[in-house]
Design a binder for this molecule. Structure first.
Ligand SMILES: Cc1ncc(COP(=O)(O)O)c(C=O)c1O
Length: 404
């Protein structure tokens, strides 16, 4: 399947089929595809030139906007994608502390510092990325420099910090994915990082902006030392920002961190306009309402189809749960759902990444399709497998297609 074009909440494939996109450009689209305000601003910027040999005032304007919106932001560095921004944040933390080790939780991109986790301990990324990642091409000398910790377990994090006294430069984590963190968890992580002199980094590449414009840190009231934003920051144009407290960010001036395109005004203009539009349209609240509606309609569709499918998780990113504890069966039911929903013009996984161009029309069309599809799911549940129903391989881990 190849995409040909997109508009608003939908895209069309090269064969002319129309789909609602419930993946929102893997999270990058927050206002909707081809948002006229952002795209007009970008087109005007193109006519003024895109990269220059000297600094453009947009760099300051966007930095001021980010510092106003994001609690931990006192200084800002730009990049163009999330993984790159995480690598910059880790470099700054290492440079600022003079330490090498990084404790991490979640997915943070493809760079050496992160994949180093699987050198020696090849299962370290199993529950953060996917099982079986071979760190091919990552220098073996980095073994032991990146160590994972399980989400939600303060004791485990404390033990790791105790086991590496005065060695941990940074604790980096996705503050949430599809559920709110356990009560007090993020505050506990912050306290542990502080006690051990490690820089706390929130990776808000995927969760940023949808819950609150100031990120998960605004919502939870827990302010990290640094945070990384990308994806939704610019509604589909390459852009990322590393933001943080002055005392952590200032040492970066002594480090070599530089790239020609980090000052390109397309990403800057797109981000500045997106942030202002998020605020003007009150997008986090809109997504919250839409998610509530979507969950309600899908629950109703499941009731009508007579199947116990539940729709749970953050309102901006709800997911479906099928009534089986067998992980392999769960995966093939999810694939069956994806297959049948695609045939009914709804592209997605068994989860939903909302954007502001989606509305009641998309929810209605999706719920009507889901009612039929849940009937097929019930058939699979009744027969105990998806034989005769699934016309493709069961879905694998999201990134598995990238490696053999
Ligand atoms: C939490 C998180 N960090 C980092 C990344 C990497 O971002 P990018 O794909 O823009 O390099 C992603 C991408 O999905 C992500 O979800």
């Amino acid at each position: 399947m190849f995409a040909a074009r997109a508009q608003g909440a939908r895209f069309w494939d090269v064969d002319g089929n129309e789909y609602i996109d419930w993946v929102s450009g893997i999270g990058a689209i927050i206002l909707g595809y081809c948002d006229p305000v952002v795209d007009d601003a970008v087109k005007r910027q193109i006519d003024l030139g895109t990269v220059y040999s000297i600094t453009h005032p947009l760099e300051l304007e966007l930095a001021e906007e980010l510092c106003q919106a994001i609690p931990c932001a006192e200084m800002v560095r730009y990049a163009r994608c999330g993984g790159e921004a995480c690598a910059i944040a880790v470099r700054i933390a290492r440079g600022a502390t003079g330490r090498d080790k990084v404790l991490f939780c979640g997915y943070h991109g493809w760079h050496d510092w992160y994949l180093a986790a699987n050198l020696g301990e090849e299962a370290n990324l199993n529950s953060h990325l996917f099982p079986g990642i071979e760190p091919i091409g990552v220098p073996r000398a980095l073994a032991g420099t990146a160590v994972p910790f399980p989400y939600g377990d303060l004791t485990a994090l404390g033990q790791l910090l105790d086991a590496h006294p005065d060695q941990v430069a940074a604790v980096i984590l996705e503050p949430l994915r599809s559920e709110l963190p356990p009560e007090g968890y993020l505050a506990g992580v912050a306290a542990l990082a502080r006690k051990h002199g490690a820089v706390l980094i929130f990776d808000e590449v995927s969760c940023g902006f949808r819950l609150r414009i100031g990120g998960v840190q605004e919502y939870t009231g827990v302010t990290p030392d640094m945070a990384v934003f990308a994806k939704a920051i610019s509604n589909g144009y390459p852009m990322a920002a590393v933001v943080g407290k002055r005392e952590v960010m200032e040492p970066a001036a002594r480090m070599f961190i530089s790239s020609t395109y980090w000052g390109d005004t397309i990403g800057l203009r797109a981000a500045l306009t997106t942030l202002r539009e998020l605020r003007r349209r009150n997008v986090p609240q809109q997504l919250d309402q839409l998610g509530t509606e979507l969950k309600r309609e899908l629950a109703q569709a499941a009731r009508v189809a007579g199947v116990e499918v539940s729709c749970v998780g953050m309102n901006y990113h709800p997911g479906l749960k099928f009534p089986t504890s067998d992980a392999a069966f769960q995966a093939s039911l999810a694939t069956l759902y994806i297959q049948e929903m695609a045939l009914r013009g709804c592209h997605g996984y068994a989860s939903f990444y909302l954007n502001a161009a989606q509305g009641s029309a998309e929810v209605e069309q999706t719920a009507a399709a889901a009612e039929e599809v849940f009937g097929i799911i019930r058939q699979a549940l009744d027969q105990g497998d998806t034989t005769g129903l699934l016309h493709c391989e069961p879905a694998r881990d999201a990134f598995r297609r990238l490696v053999r």
